[in-house]
Design a protein around this ligand. Structure first.
Ligand code: C2O
Ligand code: CU
Ligand code: CU
Length: 514
């Protein structure tokens, strides 16, 4: 199996940094054990109950931050569903704000999707039936209230969802959850001088997405994962509001990519680095027979320079990434006493869905992710103001309102709950050509899965080579999207940028499938 030249370069450049630049945020080694999230297993009884609650979390010892979670103060349990089953869910809201639970990547009908049309009011319970009609995959769930997804996810309303087909032992994959099968929810946060997590986006954050100064994995800063001296499966979720990662081990060790957003690749693919954008999942097998390791990330690289330049020319602030150098994400320490179940990587991944085109595309859609400037008035009636939105006639925002005035859109229009952007035929395949303005954008589609044909004219990287639901758009990305689940106008599917500051400010659309 070959490793691309680019991957070797990324791995080598991280390797060269044995002395890692210190972070401006919190220390990356607390010595604490990596938290293993609790499991909510519906594979036996076909039912799950989740309750959104408010609490406090001391990410930094002695400095509690107000947080939200599902059944716990921060984040939620790992929900495990059986592929092919029907699950009754009950989602309650014990917080004082509207929440929703969108099952990101779960291919269910629009009325069970949990998007912005299915808010759960404080004190209410939402009871969708989930028909789990897809192969094994690592998905996630999170709140999705219009204009309030970014602060809700940042506060902790998110968790991992595993679709399990019961065949992992037969595949030769590790199956001991929390020991050799690890869920890693990767996030970043910004902390104030007292050590409390803050979410106060500046104008630069509104424009480029909010970047933290400290990395958390499963809600912990600087934790260490204890692993056996053999093959370990890592289910990586990028649950950041806006940060991209290029992940590689500090010692340059190769690993194998086994799955992307929507499940297994046909066979493990050797790699030395993987890219993961907000909303995406990548699963890898790592051999810890080679000893302790540190998972590192290269900085948020793609498209940011162009965005900064364009914004600077328009008089907008540039964004400074507080973690601009390679930085550690998670340390792994081999526990020699831990039993080793798997010592070699399987040659094939049993039952991977073929990536055969499910038919010829019936429609081609051009989707442009737009930066729409600021919501400001024309300079004089009928005149034009730089960055003004057509048809708007509001007073120019005061400086402190400028964050709220930033607008994004798709194909020239900011999101509207009242407008259906297009209608798609149930069972059809469509070719979507997605392009982004100003910077790269992680583009996500609800209720459907897609195959990535090209990214900026090139074939996708291995981790983006299987069925997906989220893809990082740099230049033009060509997708073949397959629509097998219905969505009516009362509960349509969303398509949007997964930089949550962009989504909340209008970089989202909605469609029906019938
Ligand atoms: Cu993960 Cu519409 O979102
Ligand atoms: Cu989604
Ligand atoms: Cu975006």
């Amino acid at each position: 199996m070959s490793v691309s030249r680019r991957e070797v370069l990324v791995g080598a450049s991280l390797l060269a940094l044995s002395a890692v630049a210190p972070l401006r945020g919190y220390a990356q080694s607390s010595g604490a054990a990596l938290p293993v999230p609790p499991v909510l297993d519906a594979t036996e009884n076909g039912a799950i109950e989740l309750t959104a609650v408010a609490g406090t979390t001391a990410f930094v010892p002695g400095a509690p931050s107000p947080t939200l979670g599902f059944g716990q103060a921060y984040l939620g349990p790992v929900v495990r569903l059986r592929s092919g089953s029907t699950v009754s869910a009950a989602v309650s809201n014990d917080t004082d704000r509207d929440v929703s639970v969108h099952w990101h990547g779960l291919l269910v009908a629009g009325d069970a999707d949990g998007g912005p049309h299915q808010p759960i009011a404080p004190g209410a319970t939402w009871r969708p039936t989930l028909t789990v009609d897809q192969p094994a995959a690592t998905l996630w769930y999170h709140t999705h209230i219009h204009e309030s997804t970014a602060d809700g996810v940042y506060a902790g309303l998110a968790g991992v969802l595993i679709v399990d087909d019961g065949l992992d032992a037969e595949r030769g994959l590790p199956t001991a959850f929390g020991r050799d099968d690890l869920v890693l929810v990767i996030q970043d946060k910004r902390f104030d001088a007292a050590g409390r997590a803050v979410y106060e986006p500046t104008l630069a954050d509104a424009l480029h997405g909010f970047l933290g100064d400290t990395i958390l994995v499963n809600g912990a800063i600087g934790a260490t994962a204890a692993v056996p001296a053999g093959i370990v499966r890592l289910r990586l979720l990028n649950a950041c509001n806006a940060r991209n990662f290029t992940l590689a081990f500090a010692d340059g060790r190769a690993f194998h990519v086994i799955a992307g957003d929507q499940g297994y690749l046909p066979a493990p693919v050797a790699a030395e680095a993987v890219k993961i954008a907000p909303g995406e999942r990548v699963e890898i097998l790592v051999d810890f027979a080679a000893g302790d390791a540190v998972l590192m990330s290269a900085p948020h690289d793609e498209g940011v320079g162009a965005a900064g330049m364009a914004h600077a020319m328009g008089g907008m602030p540039m964004q400074e990434d507080p973690m601009a150098g390679p930085f550690p994400v998670l340390a792994f320490a081999v526990d020699a006493a831990a039993p080793v179940a798997i010592r070699s990587v399987p040659d094939k991944l049993l039952g991977a869905e073929p990536l055969a085109a499910p038919g010829e595309p019936s429609v081609t859609r051009d989707i442009v992710l737009n930066d729409m400037g600021m919501l400001v008035a024309p300079v004089e009636p009928g005149g034009h103001h730089m960055g003004a939105m057509a048809g708007m006639n509001m007073a120019p925002p005061a400086v402190e309102d400028s964050v709220a005035a930033v607008r994004f859109g798709i194909n020239g229009q900011p999101f509207s709950m009242e407008r259906i952007d297009h209608e798609t035929a149930l069972g059809s395949v469509e070719r979507w050509i997605v392009g982004g303005e100003m910077m790269g954008h992680p583009f996500h589609v609800h209720g459907a899965r897609f195959k990535v044909l090209t990214v900026a004219g090139e074939p996708p990287r291995p981790e983006a080579g299987g069925w997906k639901d989220t893809v990082f758009v740099t230049g033009r990305v060509e997708l073949l999207v397959h629509f097998r689940h219905p969505a009516a106008a009362a509960a349509p599917f969303m398509f949007h940028c997964h930089v949550l500051e962009h989504e909340d400010r209008g970089m989202m659309g909605q469609f029906t499938v019938a």
